[in-house]
Ligand binder design. Sequence first.
Ligand code: NAD
Ligand code: FE2
Length: 406
Amino acid sequence: MIPFSLKVFFFKVWQFLLKLTTPLLRFRTPELFTGPGSSLVLCEHIAKTGVTNLLIVTDAMLVKIGLLNPIQEKLRALGIGITVYDGVLPNPTIAQIETGLTMLKSKGCTAILAIGGGSSIDAAKVIAARAKNPHKIVHMAGLMRVFFKPLPLYAVPTTAGTGSEVTIAAVVSDPSTTRKFAIMDPCLVPLAAALDGALMTGLPAPITAATGMDALTHAVEAYISHNQTEKTDIEALDATKLIMENLTEAVKNGSNVEARQNMALASFKAGVAFTTAGVGYVHAIAHNLGAYYHVPHGLANAIVLPRVLDLSKSHCTDRLARLAEVSGLKKGGESNAQLADAFIAKVRAMNADYGIPTQVDKLKEADIPAITDKALSEAHMFYAVPRYMDRPECQAFIRQMLPAGT
Ligand SMILES: NC(=O)c1ccc[n+]([C@@H]2O[C@H](COP(=O)([O-])OP(=O)(O)OC[C@H]3O[C@@H](n4cnc5c(N)ncnc54)[C@H](O)[C@@H]3O)[C@@H](O)[C@H]2O)c1
Ligand SMILES: [Fe+2]
């Protein structure tokens, strides 16, 4: 059997090679429109590109609350024909994406506008890719597996968030294998996006909290990743600062447009950071909690994050200390170890304040070995984590999240 230390050596070499190739991928960022009302400016931009027949990809809840109405009115006034696909659910599945693709084809749409959280934007990314690529969605899983350029794609995030409007990733659930996998390709980055905080004022407090903790997790995992760069550090620190200054206000006073706008920007910046630097064990485990038990993505991350930071602390103390500094936790005279602890305590305090639990209600002992294997294979293939776990340690780690009394 190969000793774990040797495996870790190979993981590190693999991650180093990935880091060397990253600059060759030439990540784009979307043309960006920001500020309350910017979603309508994006509509004008789309019209200028000559699009006349557009598929809107969204979820039924957003249609029901009328969030799309001003955007649809604007698009119609600009002479753009619209078809709305609102069949996306949280943690979108292959079947939901294929249904959207069928609608796109039957209506002859030539471009896509995603309006919604990460679920709608990810589904739209894959519909755009499938429209131009004959191979199955499962065969696009992993890095650089989208061979032909997708249909033109535009995005309006309504959560803050996944940062999907700027990332190379689309996360898809496959219920047939209880798997959640990522398709990662720079061609999936939307051509343009609008960060319109006014669209987020109706986002309920629990979703605001969970999606905000997702954005924080992106920033933190990117900042402590060994695949970080000078640029990803700047974006991750900016995002962390904005989240620490605005998330609690957005949760407690959802109608504060300024806090919403700042969170939208934080989510975007965290997306810029992690699309290059990657994420880590928090996401690898959270993806499986989503696949097995439909735990919302942000909620799963929020539960796992402080535990992964405890585990990784000794290997990234200085970086956690810097995160503490930008979070306003430095009073003066503390050691970096104390600051790192203060940052982790802050994350736990935010979770408690937002009513986020510490345990995963639906987690079952019997699923832990399979969840462990899937999480470790995702993490060791794609993420340059500061400290590695072997199988027994990861199983024990996940076991800590069993519901009380199990
Ligand atoms: N592509 C990426 O880079 C990336 C990164 C992280 C996560 N993800 C994926 O994104 C998905 C999660 O996305 P999410 O957390 O944004 O949530 P979501 O898109 O699943 O939406 C969550 C809920 O919030 C509601 N909602 C959204 N915006 C609203 C608004 N403005 N007002 C009222 N209700 C609103 C939706 O109707 C839905 O019920 C997961 O599948 C996750 O794996 C993708
Ligand atoms: Fe995430």
